[in-house]
Design a protein around this ligand. Structure first.
Ligand code: TYD
Length: 209
């Protein structure tokens, strides 16, 4: 029997569209469960009311300013952390590993770019109720690789998924990783490979935690 360490491990997956976050989250879950660990998959925006409000704003149903969006992502992240039963803190304390699709790296990359990076950074990293992940794994695709994947997977490419946008977002993520490289455990993986190859790299990284 594999002994479950006391506190679970908090693993974040990040990446631009088409990078394969969902596939890798599922493969990692299978890998960890195969080791006898209990795994909790989650994502941001959350299904909590704060996340529902974000989805409405992202879908254009409700108009919000860029600064409002930044604060809403932080609010959703706090709710995600402190929910008494389904919150990140409670789940980790209960000994389960967490695989989270997107976290504050996304806010720093997207809202840090559209508002003030320093402000967004301090709201997230300075907040005592926002847990630091044990690792952030960034699935890296160039914009060309991303568009290639999207066009093969979907009927129509959505308007915001153009090359310039993808380039800008990727650049923003790399600036975040340069900034947080000393304080956070960040791994950038080439995501333009087979799911099995990527999963093997992720398993190796997670085994080191
Ligand atoms: P997501 O559900 O991951 O959508 P997708 O599968 O299309 O990537 O995230 C929804 C959108 O929210 C996505 O475009 C990225 C954006 N987002 C931010 O701008 N800031 C954040 O902090 C997060 C978590 C997401």
């Amino acid at each position: 029997m594999v002994t479950q360490s006391k506190r679970g491990r908090f693993i974040v997956l990040e990446g631009i569209d088409g990078a394969g976050k969902t596939t890798q989250a599922e493969l990692l879950r299978e890998y960890l469960e195969g080791q006898g660990r209990r795994v909790y998959r989650t994502a941001e925006p959350t299904p909590f009311p704060t996340g529902v409000a974000l989805r409405e704003a992202l879908g254009g149903k409700v108009k919000k300013s860029e600064c409002e969006m930044a604060v809403m992502f932080v609010l959703d992240r706090i709710a995600h952390n402190i929910h008494p039963t389904d919150g990140i803190r409670a789940i980790l304390d209960g000994g389960q590993d967490i695989i989270c699709d997107r976290y504050y790296y996304s806010t720093l990359a997207y809202q840090g770019h559209s508002t003030s990076y320093e402000w967004v950074r301090s709201m997230n990293l300075g907040c005592p109720e926002i847990t630091r992940p044990d690792i952030c794994i960034y699935l890296d695709l160039t914009p060309e690789q991303s568009l290639d994947r999207i066009s093969r997977g979907r009927e129509s490419v959505e308007i915001y998924e153009n090359k310039e946008t993808l380039e800008r977002v990727r650049g923003a993520f790399f600036r975040v990783f340069d900034d947080l490289g000393k304080t956070d455990n960040i791994a950038v993986l080439d995501a333009y490979r087979s799911p099995e190859e990527i999963a093997a790299d992720i398993a190796r990284l997670v085994d080191l935690l």
